[in-house]
Design a protein around this ligand. Structure first.
Ligand code: NAD
Length: 330
């Protein structure tokens, strides 16, 4: 049996990554589309063999409740729409795989969790790195003490944003690069350490003459302390092409994970005694999305709670709210 997905929002992540990944997978298929553009919907319907009756608009979305050809939705919409379309999907009896960041506020995240719980539907957030072999291997090596006690983490992830993106408009994005790409560093620190941040300090800046930014930061740097004593220093920007990495300094060595990209994530390890860093399969795009889609499908089929569930998305949003509050106060 396969889980039958409707892709909600036919933008870059849905069309270039999630749908092709699902198509290559074993446990999912694309049987529905939700779009405000009939021409775009028709094009992808032809590509994926989706019948006209399974194509919805944002207005007819709730009618999906009467459609037994759709088990779950994949939400690839601007951040401010994640909460509404997750809640409406749950109310229509569909499971939800929602892109990160989960929503624009912790209150919205909580409402999404509650709606899925009430409808007895699964909710997963698209933290593909948590299902990616290099990250999984790195977490295991940290757990096994290969680099000893982790004391310090450096992490970054950013890019130089094009003009007129919804991503740099607070109304849609809820924030700037922190919401979009800085969240990878935040999530990596929390997930690799398996701890929640204790104290948070932050600074942000936006060039006031740059018309790209509407109410969001251009650059933000933040420091998190963890109960174990580890200190993470992270930053992200929309103003420069910033290579993504997570570098963990432990009492016995340094482990570095390069990138958060789609085309394979590598690591390097310098430890005493020396241990060779495993380099798991490269996961060329859309392989990470195949793994993510199949993983969520199996959670539904086997009635298992996804690892990156709503609570996980909420914890990131709670940390993000604290980072923004700290930057505002600084
Ligand atoms: P995008 O702009 O390419 O696509 C957004 C889609 O939403 C478009 O099809 C657009 O038509 C539709 N839409 C519906 N109503 C809209 C409105 N009012 N304003 C603007 N667009 C509207 O964006 P994207 O890059 O595909 O990002 C979508 C989501 O996926 C975001 O939440 C983003 O953070 C997330 N994302 C995740 C990853 C990942 O690796 N997990 C990568 C990229 C994006």
């Amino acid at each position: 049996k396969k889980i039958r997905y409707a892709a909600v929002g036919l933008g870059r992540i849905s069309c270039q990554h999630f749908m092709p990944g699902t198509k290559l997978g074993q446990y999912g298929e694309i049987t529905g589309l939700v779009s405000g553009h009939p021409d775009k919907a028709a094009k992808f319907a032809a590509e994926y063999g989706v019948p006209q009756k399974n194509i919805y608009t944002y207005e007819t979305y709730d009618q999906m409740k009467d459609n037994p050809d759709i088990d779950a939705v994949y939400i690839g919409l601007p951040n401010n729409m994640h909460a509404e379309y997750t809640i409406r999907a749950a109310q229509a009896g569909k499971h939800v795989l929602c892109e990160k960041p989960m929503a624009n506020t912790p209150a919205d995240c909580r409402a999404m969790i509650d709606a899925c719980h009430k409808a007895n539907r699964k909710l997963m957030i698209g933290y593909r790195c948590q299902l990616e072999p290099t990250f999984i291997q790195a977490r295991k090596m940290i757990q096994d003490g290969v680099i000893g006690k982790v004391w310090a983490i450096e992490a970054a992830n950013g890019f130089n944003i094009a003009p007129n993106e919804w991503r740099s408009d607070a109304k849609y994005a809820g924030g700037g690069p922190l919401m979009d790409v800085g969240i990878y560093s935040l999530n990596a620190c929390r997930w690799l350490l398996q701890e929640e941040p204790k104290d948070i300090s932050a600074h942000s800046y936006v060039d006031p003459t740059d018309p790209r930014f509407k109410g969001v930061e251009e650059t933000i740097g933040w420091v998190m302390t963890f109960p174990s004593g580890a200190i993470a220093t992270c930053n992200t920007t929309y103003g420069a092409s910033q290579e993504g990495f997570t570098r963990l300094h432990g009492s016995k060595g340094v482990l570095e994970i390069f990138g958060y990209g789609y085309d394979g994530i590598h690591m390097s390890l310098r430890s005493k005694p020396a241990v060779e860093a495993p380099q798991p399969d490269m996961n060329k795009d859309p392989h990470q999305f195949l793994v993510e889609s199949d993983y969520f499908s199996r959670c539904i089929l086997d009635n298992k709670e996804p690892g990156p569930n709503g609570e996980e998305g909420l914890r990131d949003m709670q940390a993000i709210a604290r980072i923004y509050a700290a930057a505002k106060k600084a």
